[in-house]
Ligand binder design. Structure first.
Ligand SMILES: Nc1nc2c(ncn2[C@@H]2O[C@H](COP(=O)(O)OP(=O)(O)OP(=O)(O)O)[C@@H](O)[C@H]2O)c(=O)[nH]1
Ligand SMILES: [Mg+2]
Length: 429
C-alpha cells in the first residue's frame, strides 16, 4: 500500500483538529501566526505531492524495433507493453495509460510510432522525399506536443545503429529548434542508447565484468557527444562514466544514457535503468514525482525523495524561530511532524494514514501503552523530540524535525529502529 489520495483529506482534517488542540492554550494571534508559517506550508506540501499530484507524461520517439516497448516495461518494472518485431501499421501515436493499482499511481506514456520511419506504413505514398518525411515528422511531433503536453521526451535509439542513424539526430535537432520557435517552449529530450548489450560481442556482459564492453560504451558516448551532437558534457556518475553524460544547460538534449531493456521470462539483462529513471525524476515537475517514483517501487529513489522532503519539512519547522514560543509548547510542531512521518511511510509504499505514523512512534517511543488516536500520538512524539534551551529556536525546530524524519525513514525504509537522537549531528548534511 502507498499514498492514497482519498485518505489525505481525512488526515489533513485530523491534523487541523490536533493543531487546534495542542495550540489551544496559546494566544489567538500566535496561533494564527503558527498556522500561516508552519501548518499551512506543511499541508500545502502534502497537497502538492498527494492530492494535486498527477501522472508523469513521457513521450517516446524512435524507430520501430529499437526497443520503445521494452523500455516502457523496463522502466515500469512491469510487463505492460507488447514487445515484438511487428512492423508499424498505423501512423500516429498511441497513448498508454498505465495504472499501478498496488501503489495508487499511474503513468501516461505516448509511443510515437512512425516518427523518423523511412519504411512508412503502407498507405502512405512511396514517393515521400526526405524533406517531406522531415516535414511529416515535425507536424506529427507538433500535434502530439500540443495534444499530450509531455513532461519529458525520450529519444530511443538502438546503440548498434547509432552510426547509421546520425541523420535522425540532425533532423530531430532541426525539428526541435523550429518547434521551439513556433510553440515557445518544448519539453527536454533525453537520448536513450538502448540495446547497449549488443554492441561488440553480446556475450561480454555486463560491462562491470567486461572491460572491453565498458570501453566500447565509453567510445560510443564520446563519439555521440563530441562528433555527432557536438555538445559539452559532464559525467552523470563521476565514479562510473559509462552510466551516461549530461549536457550543459540549454543544449538541444538533456543527456545521453546507455541502457539495456532486455527482460523476458528467461533472462533479465536490464542495465542502467535506474540512472535513467533517476535522471527523468530530476527533471519532472513536482506534481508528477509521486506517481513516477511510487509506480517503480524503487527503494533508493523513494528514499531520496523522502530525504528531500524531510529537509523541506525541517525548513518549514524552522520558521517557528520568528515566533517566540516557550520550549514547553514544543508540541505545536507535532502536527507538522506527524504529516511528515505519514508522508515518509507513504513513500515507503505503506498506507498513508495515521495508523502508519502511530506504528513508527510506538516502535521508537519507549511506551505508547494504550494511547491511540492523534492526541495519544502527539503525547508520545513530544518525548521523542530532542530539545534544549528555553524558547523554541529555528535551530531546535529544524534539528528536532530532521532527526524525527530520519528516524522514521530508517524505520520505514530499512526496518530499523533508531532513536531520533542518533541523527542530531547529521543536520547539516
Ligand atoms: N538485446 C537486447 N534486445 C532488446 C533490447 N530492447 C529491446 N530488445 C529487443 O528488440 C526487439 C524490439 O523491441 P520492442 O520493444 O518491441 O521495440 P519497439 O521500439 O517497441 O518497436 P515497435 O513497437 O515496432 O515500434 C525485441 O525483440 C526486444 O526483445 C535491449 O536492450 N537489448
Ligand atoms: Mg513497440
Amino acid at each position: 500500500m502507498a499514498i492514497d489520495r482519498n485518505k489525505t483529506k481525512t488526515l489533513v482534517e485530523e491534523i487541523n483538529n490536533l493543531f487546534n488542540e495542542v495550540a489551544g492554550s496559546l494566544p489567538g494571534e500566535v496561533r494564527e501566526k503558527l498556522k500561516n508559517v508552519i501548518l499551512g506550508p506543511a499541508v500545502k506540501e502534502i497537497e502538492k505531492f498527494v492530492s494535486e499530484s498527477r501522472p508523469p507524461v513521457m513521450f517516446l520517439v524512435g524507430r520501430s524495433g529499437h526497443g520503445k516497448s521494452s523500455l516502457i516495461n523496463a522502466l515500469t518494472n512491469k510487463k505492460v507493453a507488447e514487445v515484438g518485431d511487428v512492423k508499424p501499421t498505423t501512423e500516429g501515436s498511441i497513448l498508454h495509460s498505465i495504472t499501478f493499482e498496488e501503489t495508487y499511481s499511474s503513468w501516461d506514456i505516448i509511443d510515437s510510432r512512425g516518427l523518423f520511419e523511412t519504411t512508412k506504413p503502407e498507405k502512405a505514398s512511396i514517393e515521400n522525399t526526405k524533406e517531406q518525411l522531415k516535414e511529416n515528422a515535425k507536424e506529427q511531433l507538433k500535434q502530439d506536443l500540443r495534444k499530450y503536453k509531455p513532461d519529458i521526451i525520450l529519444h530511443v535509439i538502438a546503440a548498434p545503429e547509432t552510426r547509421n542513424l546520425e541523420q535522425d539526430f540532425v533532423v530531430y535537432k532541426k525539428i526541435q529548434r523550429q518547434l521551439k520557435e513556433e510553440l515557445g517552449a518544448i519539453p527536454p529530450t533525453i537520448i536513450v542508447l538502448n540495446k547497449i548489450d549488443t554492441i561488440g560481442n553480446p556475450r561480454d556482459w555486463p560491462p562491470e565484468k567486461n572491460a572491453r564492453k565498458a570501453g566500447l560504451i565509453k567510445e560510443l558516448l564520446n563519439y555521440m557527444s563530441e562528433e555527432v551532437l557536438k555538445l559539452k558534457y559532464e559525467k552523470i556518475d563521476l565514479n562510473y562514466p559509462i552510466k551516461g553524460y549530461k549536457f550543459l544547460k540549454d543544449s538541444d538534449y538533456l543527456a545521453i544514457i546507455p541502457v539495456s531493456s532486455y527482460w523476458d521470462d528467461e533472462r533479465d539483462d536490464r542495465w542502467n535503468i535506474e540512472t535513467l529513471s533517476m535522471f527523468i525524476g530530476e527533471h519532472l515537475p513536482k506534481f508528477a514525482l509521486l506517481d513516477f517514483y511510487q509506480a517503480q517501487r524503487r527503494k533508493k529513489l523513494l528514499k531520496n525523495l523522502s530525504t528531500s522532503l524531510i529537509k523541506r519539512f525541517s525548513t518549514i519547522a524552522a520558521g517557528i524561530g520568528a515566533i517566540p514560543i516557550p520550549i514547553a509548547d514544543i508540541a505545536v510542531l507535532i502536527p507538522l511532524q506527524i504529516l511528515m512521518i505519514t508522508l515518509i511511510g507513504g513513500l515507503s509504499c505503506r498506507e498513508f494514514s495515521k495508523e502508519t505514523a502511530l506504528e513508527f512512534i510506538s516502535a521508537a517511543a519507549i511506551n505508547v501503552g494504550t494511547a491511540f488516536g492523534l492526541r495519544g500520538l502527539a503525547r508520545q512524539l513530544v518525548k521523542l523530540i530532542p530539545v534544549g534551551g528555553s524558547v523554541i529556536s529555528a535551530g531546535i525546530a529544524y534539528t528536532g524535525t530532521y532527526a524525527i524524519g530520519k528516524s522514521a525513514e530508517a524505520y520505514f525504509f530499512e526496518g530499523e529502529v533508531k532513536k531520533p537522537e542518533e541523527f542530531i549531528n547529521e543536520k547539516n548534511n
